[in-house]
Design a protein around this ligand. Sequence first.
Ligand code: PLP
Length: 345
Amino acid sequence: MKPLNQLLRANIQNLKPYSSARDEYTGSEGIFLDANENPFNEPYNRYPDPYQRKLKAVIGKLKQVDPSTIFLGNGSDEPIDLLYRAFCEPGIDNVVSIDPTYGMYQVAADINHISVKKVALTADFQLNVTELLQAVDQHTKLIWLCSPNNPTGNCFKEEDITSLLNKFDGIVVIDEAYIDFAPEKSFLSKLNQYQNLVILQTFSKAWGMAGIRLGMAFASPEIIKVLSKIKYPYNLNILTQKKALELLEHKNQTDEWVTLLLKERQTLANELVKLELVEHIYPSDANFLLIKTAEPKKIYNYLTDKKIIIRDRSSVTLCAGCLRITVGTPDENNTLLKALKAYSS
Ligand SMILES: *Cc1c(COP(=O)(O)O)cnc(C)c1O
């Protein structure tokens, strides 16, 4: 990896961050007359902890990483955007991304005026390591990976990811939004081995907390310091931090959901494969199935008319004819199957 100070934008490196009242005094007891808060309406009158210390301590324990390697954001969307803002000079730097993948890497790049060099996955949805490395030039700061990948649903081979981590001298981001559903292990245990590794995870999927907006980035303490320096000081509100702490006490609930959803994914696949309209079901390591059909748009519209909403991915690279279906409750999945059985072209 290049030294961090060569990868970071100069203005970010030289940035003097905002210093809040709660930076200067960090105790929780006392008479707080330092932040111009209203003294009434506890606890909502108080600014939240800008460093989310309690939440990071609990998440650190759960993930078995040091809190200094954790960044918490308003969904994964926030660290995605901050990585561009930290490393990529608008109009000059670029990133390399796999194709197809999650749409936010492109949108956040466009907002930050950064070009994205897309490298198609192989026909079996694996990484083309050689082409990814060939796409890199002197202005490439980040490589975006997503494993299990959205919308293809599969994990990438560990040795391919490792190869990119070893050979690319910039930052490799692995978005593990769906890792809780995958049989493969997270790259979190390799955080100490690779200074150029950033891992994204989220509370939006397995944890069932998309509504509270809580995303995680894991990286070296040096990278985490940079992200923390450029975030909005109070990026996670009190309600989100409180609710997350509450839900984290019920991890067995999440485990139960994951077990049920994996079982339902299998049931759904077993039933879908019997339908004539389904040409192929791609193997999934996530909480959704990607299926190939002859008439994706017609099926999508048919289901929408019945108030069953799925995702049409047929215009995406390598996904001609493809529909993406999130695994729902047993009832929801049965309703979907019934509707599809009644479909005729
Ligand atoms: C759903 C999803 C996320 C979650 O984003 P949040 O902002 O945390 O809700 C992240 N990455 C991928 C690939 C996803 O599909």
